[in-house]
Design a protein around this ligand. Structure first.
Ligand code: BG6
Ligand code: MG
Length: 216
């Protein structure tokens, strides 16, 4: 293995929770309440597709024009951006910074494959830009996870073959994208949810090189 490629939201920092809160608020406004179980199907999914899934859940997919949908997505994003505006270095999930240092020192390339258009800003706020050799975010890809494009682009930028990459994800769609890219999938979260991952750690404190390499 030569590289690690990380998802951002829910892996590097707990911004997945803020995405959830912002979508939930919009859903309630539209009379489409949803729970954390449904939210699992939004994780890793692009902003536009997430809105479509919520509208479909409420049977309201034909109620809005393209412009209105854009306004709804913008409203969610403004709420999300206000929620994350105060995140700092202290919001890096436990063990992540140590793991990023450990893998870099061991000679692995380090990439990010995020479905978020806010990925660069969030990484900058966390003070982690220098920890990544390359960041691929939603602005530069056409396809949303579970499509492998974002992971493949990251591998290409790192000049590493997909089969030599380990992807790290908290989302079902993300694990699917890692596998579709031909990479080894490390899941962070509930093993009962991330059933397709090659190995699952319940939280980021499980991330050590030893823990990962002994399971490949
Ligand atoms: C992913 C999150 O990383 O980014 C999703 O898991 C989110 O929940 C998606 O919808 C898009 O994010 P953004 O910041 O571009 O709206
Ligand atoms: Mg995620």
């Amino acid at each position: 293995m030569k590289a690690f490629i990380f998802d951002l939201d829910g892996v590097i920092t707990d911004s997945a929770e803020y995405h959830y809160l912002a979508w939930k608020a919009l859903g309630e406004e539209l009379n489409i309440p949803f729970d954390r179980e449904f939210n699992e199907t939004l994780k890793g999914v692009s902003r536009t597709e997430s809105l479509e899934r919520i509208l479909r859940l409420g049977g309201r997919e034909h109620d809005f024009s393209v412009e209105e949908k854009e306004q709804l997505a913008t409203k969610k994003n403004e709420h999300y951006v206000s929620l994350i505006s105060n995140i700092t270095h202290a919001d890096i999930l436990p063990g992540v910074e140590a793991f990023l240092s450990e893998i870099r020192q061991a000679g692995y390339k380090v990439g990010m494959a995020s479905a978020s258009k806010n990925a660069y800003m969030v990484t900058k706020q966390l003070g982690l830009l220098a920890a990544f050799d390359h960041i691929v975010d939603a602005a530069t890809v056409a396809e949303s996870k579970p499509h492998p494009e974002v992971f493949l682009k990251a591998a290409e930028a790192l000049r590493v073959e997909p089969k030599d990459c380990i992807g790290v994800e908290d989302a079902v769609a993300g694990v699917e994208a890692i596998h579709a890219a031909g990479m080894f999938a490390v899941g962070i979260g509930d093993p009962a949810v991330l059933t397709e991952a090659d190995v699952v750690f319940t939280d980021t404190t499980g991330l050590t090189l030893d823990n990962v390499l002994t399971r490949i």
